[in-house]
Design a protein around this ligand. Structure first.
Ligand code: 5GP
Length: 194
């Protein structure tokens, strides 16, 4: 998605070897118009596949997921990362190791919000090593829901997440920006024509 790539080039900062900081429009400050354009793009890609629910994980997946939910006219459920006193004990859970934070979080969803009747689109802000996506797949599988595919805002294609998710049975991964590499602190995108 051209508009997203332009924003990444203009505002993204590369930290170390493999982290992209996009706090000015995605991970801290949020640009609602850009989120809406991304939600519309996810809706276009996954139209006519009978998606009836979107599943994401707090917190940075929520904004693009809500916009996709608005465009597809379906509800959005986000997995929580901490055990809340208001979240029922009756929950699907999965352990997710966060590479950026170097901690393991248990993500959870109240069983009321996911069932075998659901055709789920997974959404997240980044795809890196795939742990978050595998965790979301696990929650959907525990509920016997059908997983239609995943919509990712920024995929770091030099990391193994896409392959890990495909190996785990995901059939469709649509990433709005795919990063091939960080070269001298600059972002190099995957050339989709090749
Ligand atoms: P994975 O589980 O695929 O390794 O990483 C996905 C999660 O880690 C995303 O939900 C995102 O929050 C975080 N993440 C991974 N790589 C990056 C990155 O380069 N920049 C930022 N801001 N977050 C990242």
């Amino acid at each position: 998605m051209q508009e997203l790539e332009a924003r990444i080039q203009a505002e993204g900062r590369v930290l170390g070897d493999d982290i992209l900081k996009v706090d000015s429009f995605l991970n801290h400050q949020i640009d609602p118009k850009l989120m809406q354009a991304m939600g519309n793009e996810f809706a276009r890609i996954f139209a006519d596949q009978g998606v009836n629910k979107i599943l994401t994980v707090e917190s940075s997946g929520i904004a693009p997921a809500v916009m996709a939910g608005l465009a597809l006219d379906v509800p959005v459920v986000f997995a929580r990362k901490s055990k809340s006193r208001v979240l029922a004990d009756d929950a699907y859970t999965a352990d997710v190791y966060s590479y950026t934070k170097q901690t393991t979080n248990q993500i959870r969803i109240d069983k009321h919000f996911l069932s075998a009747a659901d055709r789920v689109l997974l959404i997240d802000d980044f795809l890196a090593n795939g742990q978050a996506l595998l965790g979301l797949m696990s929650l959907a599988n525990q509920a016997d829901a059908d997983i239609i595919g995943a919509g990712i805002v920024i995929e770091k294609s030099f990391q193994p997440g896409r392959q890990a998710a495909l190996d785990a049975g995901l059939t469709q991964i649509a990433s709005l920006a795919r990063i091939a590499d960080f070269k001298d602190g600059q972002v190099v995108f995957v050339d989709e024509d090749n």
